[in-house]
Design a protein around this ligand. Structure first.
Ligand code: FES
Ligand code: FES
Length: 154
């Protein structure tokens, strides 16, 4: 069986090791190291990427489930919302150690695409990624800032 999918717009085909988690493929096979390994069991969110625009945990989905899917990683962020999230993260100076932050940015940009004006409660409910440095307050502020940048400036 051959599985075809895209990563950041580039076509990939795989026919071996289809039980490999996507995170392993991204980091070890195609050298996209921006997506981080944290817990490996779907809990922490460090490995968050987009699949067809939705935030998923790449440690917990295997290659055999990706046929026809569009995967986007932190290296592929480019649209208006994603750029606004990156700009807001810089402006608010969100990261501390930074380890969790690519996953946080992927989760935030997926949230803002689905909900352009999230409330604090919406953000708290959607952002289940863990930050061991406790940057949650700045993350919430940056999501509001990104919402303004993406949807009010245009
Ligand atoms: S490494 Fe995937 S959720 Fe923690
Ligand atoms: S910034 Fe250090 S784990 Fe989140």
């Amino acid at each position: 069986m051959t599985i075809s999918f895209t990563v950041n717009g580039v076509a990939h085909k795989v026919s071996e090791q289809l039980d490999m988690p996507l995170l392993w493929y991204l980091r070890d096979h195609i050298d996209l190291k921006g997506t981080k390994f944290g817990c490996g069991i779907g809990q922490c969110g460090a490995c968050t990427v987009h699949m067809d625009g939705h935030a998923i945990r790449s440690c917990s989905i295997t290659l055999n489930l990706l046929d026809g899917k569009e995967i986007k990683t932190i290296e592929g962020l480019s649209d208006k919302v994603e750029q606004a999230v990156q700009a807001a993260w810089k402006k608010i100076d969100v990261p501390q150690c930074g380890y969790c932050q690519s996953g946080q940015i992927m989760a935030a940009s997926a949230l803002l695409r689905q909900n352009p004006k999230p409330t604090d409660e919406d953000i708290n409910n959607a952002m289940t990624n863990i930050c061991r440095c406790g940057t949650y307050v700045r993350i919430r502020r940056a999501i509001h800032e990104a919402s303004d940048l993406a949807y009010e400036a245009s």
